[in-house]
Ligand binder design. Structure first.
Ligand code: 6PG
Length: 241
């Protein structure tokens, strides 16, 4: 695991953009699973506004790690957020965008999206392989839409599952552990003080860490990177500012 800690959110966004440019640079097709949440929002803004010309958008294929079961026009939709902060600002072909349809029946959609991954992505060890999975982490240690109360979904035999948000009851379609851990690279984008406590438990593997879905992110390639701001990293013993 690699830890990259920067002064603030903005710096995280800049450095992640450069990292993405380097990773995707030489590839004909680069398949990315995106995350929802507040950190990706600023990362998408910075990527689109400052680094757009450094990326060959024809080679970038966008997917989602999770989606809320709402219409694509709903304020809660991860797809809508990505259109506003990234897709509408860059020149990416429509055919390269593979959204989870939050407006469809969740179970059917989880099945459809799981099958789409089998068709669109190259395979490694018999499973679809993303070049990069971007993840956020909730204050409760959830990642994608696998929450602590449904941690068994992480080890699902399917590529996608239907999850339920513990507070709102909102349904979500989420990638499962077998797809996330089969990615070439997984990058966490986590910022803000409210994340510091869980970041410490998870990164430093303190007692009870396995209760948190984010602890189970361990790509078989071993290529796991945490992009943190100083606020999220402040309790880490392995990081001294
Ligand atoms: C979602 C997510 C989710 C998110 C975390 C962190 O759609 O809700 O993909 O896993 O990344 O909850 O969100 P924040 O960055 O807003 O804290």
């Amino acid at each position: 695991m690699e830890l990259k800690v920067y002064q603030n959110k903005n710096k995280v966004a800049e450095e992640f953009s450069k990292y993405l440019i380097e990773k995707s640079g030489t590839q004909k097709a680069f398949h990315i699973a995106l995350s929802g949440g507040s950190t990706p929002k600023i990362v998408f803004d910075v990527l689109a506004e400052q680094f757009s010309k450094d990326i060959d958008w024809n080679s970038i294929h966008l997917y989602w790690g999770d989606e809320r079961c709402v219409a694509p026009t709903d304020a809660e939709s991860n797809y809508k957020m990505t259109v506003e902060h990234l897709i509408s600002k860059v020149d990416i072909p429509e055919g390269n965008i593979h959204r989870i349809k939050g407006e469809e029946d969740p179970k059917e959609e989880a099945k459809r999206y799981g099958a789409l991954l089998e068709e669109e992505l190259p395979k490694a060890l018999g499973l679809p392989q993303f070049d990069l999975v971007i993840l956020g982490m909730g204050d409760d240690g959830h990642t994608a839409s696998i929450f602590p109360h449904e941690i068994n979904l992480w080890v699902s035999p399917d590529n996608c599952e239907v999850a339920i948000h513990p507070v709102s009851g909102q349904r979500r379609v989420s990638l499962t552990g077998r797809i996330i851990n089969n990615a070439k690279t997984v990058a966490f984008l986590v910022t803000g003080e409210s994340k510091a406590e869980k970041v410490k438990v998870i990164v430093d593997r303190e007692e009870g860490y396995l209760e948190y879905p984010a602890s189970h992110v361990a790509p078989k390639t071993k290529d796991l990177v945490w992009f943190l701001d100083a606020a999220a990293a402040k309790l880490l013993t392995s990081y001294r500012s």
